[in-house]
Design a protein around this ligand. Structure first.
Ligand code: SAM
Length: 279
């Protein structure tokens, strides 16, 4: 059955009114109503027949439909059961879509998707963007690429370079696991209802191999320690790992890193040296 394109403003408005659905702010419900943006997210996944896409927060099925029309096998996890009912209608007739009514943070993704490589596509709910990203990365899932809409400010943190105010633990984690690139910025008017912030789409290619050879647990412990306080010298910040000043001084000397520097000036390679000289 031919379904109308959900990404059109008038179609989304009609669907929301027909189901009497009021967007739930606490679940970050801002529905995309810009067909070009939806199409560019779907195209950036580069998915087609035979590919699996995990979609997080499908809402009323806007991006889900665009992905399904490309022929990909879509597994979409939506928390709001009211919206799952809506999608029962808006996505009726597509045999390559599976809707799962669940919290993505409590979902066994590997069990859902299987061990095959897959792509993640999402217009993320902004109230839990960072927990979702960390959950996806730390589980070592066979993710090939993540295409995701996030708050513009979060996108800037993810693609930041050392030395700037945006560079932090999220930057290091994303750049350790992936090669993130900004695809486009998206104005608030592309959503219904319009959020109070601008958004951006990121394409993050999963690295085949980590950029540095480290024990991951130690590496991330060091990163968290270095960013535990902003604008503080490393010699002080690293003490927050439960270490004495003497230990930290000796460690920094072994690593050949000046303790007067701040965590936000360190490259991923330098964090690697710190992790590898931590004894
Ligand atoms: N994909 C749709 C679109 O682009 O129009 C909706 C995106 S909206 C920004 C975020 C969606 O994530 C909402 O449908 C919301 O109900 C859903 N959501 C919020 N928290 C979630 C969670 N923990 N697990 C799964 N979905 C969630």
């Amino acid at each position: 059955m031919e379904q109308p394109i959900i990404a059109r403003r008038e179609v989304t408005k009609y669907i929301l009114e027909a189901f009497g659905h009021r967007a739930k702010k606490k679940l970050g419900q801002n529905f995309l109503v810009d067909e070009k943006v939806v199409e560019s997210i779907a195209a950036a996944t580069e998915c087609g027949p035979g590919d699996i896409v995990l979609e997080i927060g499908p809402g009323i099925g806007t991006l889900t439909q665009a992905l399904a029309m490309r022929g990909a096998q879509v597994k979409a996890v939506e928390l709001d059961s009211d919206l799952v009912k809506v999608m029962g209608k808006t996505l009726e007739g597509y045999d390559n879509i599976e809707i799962i009514n669940a919290d993505i943070l409590k979902t066994d993704i590997l069990k859902l998707v299987g061990k095959e490589e897959f792509t993640v596509a999402a217009n993320l709910p902004y109230y839990i963007t960072t927990p979702i990203i960390f959950a996806l990365l730390e589980q070592h899932l066979p993710i090939k690429r993540l295409v995701m809409m996030v708050q513009k400010e979060v996108a800037e943190r993810i693609v930041a370079v050392p030395g700037g105010k945006d560079y932090g633990a999220l930057t290091v984690a994303m750049q350790y696991y992936t090669e993130p690139k900004l695809l486009c910025t998206v104005p608030a008017k592309a959503f219904m209802p319009a959020p109070h912030v601008e958004s951006a789409v990121l394409v993050c290619e999963r690295r085949a191999k980590a950029p540095i050879d480290v024990d991951e647990a130690t590496f991330f412990k060091v990163v968290r320690g270095a960013f535990s306080v902003r604008r503080k010298m490393l010699s002080n910040a690293l003490k927050n790992m439960g270490l004495t000043g003497e230990f930290v001084s000796a460690w920094l000397e072994r690593a050949g890193i000046d303790g007067k520097r701040r965590g936000e000036t360190l490259t991923i390679q330098e964090f690697g040296v710190l992790a590898n000289t931590f004894k």
